[in-house]
Design a protein around this ligand. Structure first.
Ligand code: GTP
Ligand code: MG
Length: 448
């Protein structure tokens, strides 16, 4: 989850609102102060923080809730809207129009360009595009091999030549090469040896002149916080065809600062990086991002993930139904957990479910690969009947299963309790209700 700490703090501010009896000036001021503190801790520029919290306070005190909306819901909505504005308001998707569309990626050393390119290639590939990557990093030894290693498992070709020292020549040849191969998108990786904006922009100009990219993507390291402002601004002024990807938003305390700073320059943030794996890239949509951040759930995102899974045929439609209705056996649970494992941490998925957000105990979600393997072993010692209907597993069965699988009673019980927790959790969800909530933007998750 990106900006987990900020999300937790904002969520707890809103919960304060949910818990209280009436909405009055003192409460609003209190909630606004909490939001202020949360944003400042996430390194959002103080001036921006004051601006936005002043607006929240003013609107919450002055505006009347529209009919059908409670005063509490109204305040949540104002917070949601103002935070969305802070992060750029509308999503600006990456468009692939011409064939091939050439994307040039630039960024300061270590910002995450190469990793991000692999993720972007994966993202585009999943959408049906054929992608080729050009490595023009003649600076860092092993750059070409790093790229190859990253995208070999997904079958994307990399053009490069570790012996060549001329980056511009490589860029030109690489683009030509892929043009001849009929790919849809060519992504060009560059060396990131600059520590400051000026050198970066100069190099971008030179390579741009040689290959005339459709879009230049600046990759910014999210851990630099609001310092990202200067980089983004210099970049935006230098190219009208620029967009930005902010990386390392997983676990970064300063991510809120980076995102808001970039948004303040008006340059579009198209993706965010939320981890080191090839799947850890998300299209950036301020509205969705904020609703998830606040713990209001991101139902569209959730359904999209399920769709993706279905496409991969890891889950059949009836499985998804089962999953959402909570009517699943131990066997189903195993299949679901395994499928989830392939999509990323379970937590990431569950965070998208409204109302579950931050209230889930971590233990319910920590199902590492190690544990999955153990579950498999334990389940191998269960009878068909027990797998289909785990409720019949009494203590003597638990003992038998533990003995048979070479595990302990404690471990078998742990598996069963994980199952019970998941069943309970998903029982409370219902697909139709989720879809309706998505439409109405209901704040049920906060108990308002
Ligand atoms: N946690 C986390 N790590 C990331 C993310 N993106 C990149 N990294 C890590 O950041 C480090 C640098 O990434 P690279 O992709 O090599 O960065 P680069 O900009 O290509 O670096 P140079 O080519 O040397 O300029 C690697 O260890 C990546 O795994 C992200 O979204 N989250
Ligand atoms: Mg690199």
């Amino acid at each position: 989850m990106a900006l987990e700490k900020l999300g937790k703090a904002l969520n707890s501010a809103l919960r304060k609102l949910a818990r209280s009896g009436t909405v009055d000036e003192a409460l609003i001021k209190d909630v606004v102060r909490d939001i202020q503190r949360a944003l400042i801790q996430s390194d959002v520029n103080v001036r921006l923080v004051l601006q936005i919290t002043r607006r929240i306070q003013e609107r919450a005190l002055k505006e009347k809730p529209p009919s059908g909306m409670s005063p509490k819901e109204h305040v949540v909505r104002i917070v949601y809207e103002e935070l969305t504005n802070l992060l750029g308001r509308e999503a600006v998707p990456l468009e692939i129009r011409e064939k091939p569309t050439v994307l040039l990626t630039v960024g300061i050393q270590g910002s995450g360009k190469t990793t991000t390119i692999a993720k972007l290639a994966r993202h585009l590939q999943k959408r049906g595009y054929r992608v080729g990557i050009v490595c023009t990093d003649t600076w860092r030894p092993g750059a070409y091999h790093q790229l190859k290693q990253l995208v070999e498992p997904i079958g994307v070709e990399v053009f490069g030549d570790p012996a060549e020292k001329d980056a511009i020549k490589l860029a030109r040849e690489g683009v030509e090469y892929f043009k001849g191969r009929g790919v849809d998108v060519v992504i060009v990786d560059t060396a990131g040896r600059h520590k400051e904006e000026r050198g970066l922009i100069e190099e971008m100009r030179q390579i741009s002149a040689a290959i005339r990219p459709h879009e230049v993507i600046l990759v910014i390291d999210g851990t630099i916080g609001q310092q990202a402002y200067h980089q983004a601004l210099a970049f935006k002024e230098a190219t009208p065809i620029g967009s930005i990807i902010v990386t390392k938003l997983d676990g970064s305390a300063k991510g809120g600062g980076a995102l808001s700073a970039v948004a303040a320059t008006g340059a579009p943030i198209k993706f965010i990086g939320v981890g080191e794996r090839i799947e850890d890239l998300e299209p950036f949509d301020p509205k969705r991002f904020v609703s998830r951040l606040l713990g209001l759930g991101d139902i569209e995102g959730l359904l999209e993930k399920f769709e993706e899974l279905q496409k991969k045929k890891q889950l059949k439609e009836e499985d998804v139904e089962k999953f959402l209705r909570g009517k699943f056996s131990l066997k189903d649970m195993y299949a679901q957990l395994e499928a989830m494992q392939n999509m990323g941490p379970l937590k990431q998925i569950l965070q998208m479910i409204p109302g579950l957000g931050y209230s889930l105990p971590d233990e319910a979600l920590k199902v590492g690969e190690e544990k999955l393997r153990k579950y498999r072993v334990i389940m191998d010692s269960m009878t068909e009947e027990e797998l289909e209907n785990p409720d019949i597993i009494n203590y003597s069965r638990v003992r038998r299963i533990a003995r048979g699988s070479g595990t302990s009673v404690k471990e078998v019980r742990e598996l069963l309790s994980q199952y019970q927790q998941m069943r309970k959790m998903f029982k409370s969800l219902d697909k139709r209700k989720l879809a309706k909530m998505a439409k109405n933007f209901n704040f049920g998750g906060l108990g308002l």
